[in-house]
Design a protein around this ligand. Sequence first.
Ligand code: ADP
Ligand code: MG
Length: 188
Amino acid sequence: MALVTIAGFPCSGKTTRAKQLKEYFEQRIRSTEYNGPNLNVELIDDDISHVPRSSYDTSALEKPARASLFSNVSRSLGQDTITIVDSANYIKGYRYQMYCAAREARVRVATIHVVASPDKCAEWHEKRGECSYKPATFDNLIMRFEEPSSMVRWDSPLFTIPWDEEPPFEEIWNAILKGDKKPPPAAV
Ligand code: ADP
Ligand code: MG
């Protein structure tokens, strides 16, 4: 049915948002107003793809990690599933690859950019303690982040969610269910 890609800095609140979205979608699917097909909501993240935080330390480790995530995403895509990808997803080319897989599976797409300042992320990273990234890896993931753009078809429709705002849940739901949000003008 749909692929929802979460992108954001390390420790910016991606997992928090992914879980909120999953809960919201499930509640809409269960509601008596809903009369569409029976849908599952699947959350694909680094953990279930056996990708430890240390995979982001070097590109040699990151490549197979991304491949593992991608194959889980591909497997999940389908007419009866809303797939939420909760990972850094910070490489434009990687988001494009997932978009192509979604098109091939004939499912709608939406991208969620979770936004918090590097300072905020660092503060949350420090608080989280265990399971954290190496300092150099943390900085790298912020530096290399390729911001999603609503002007390219593979990031569109794009929802940008600041850390201190309520996500536009209903708009996101309508975008994946009915294709409400218009595609961008000419693709780049
Ligand atoms: P990510 O998946 O991007 O690494 P998480 O969702 O795991 O980020 O959040 C990292 C930490 O930041 C958590 O410990 C969480 O409590 C805190 N956090 C995340 N989002 C918010 C927010 N919107 N407001 C306050 N704290 C937050
Ligand atoms: Mg996370």
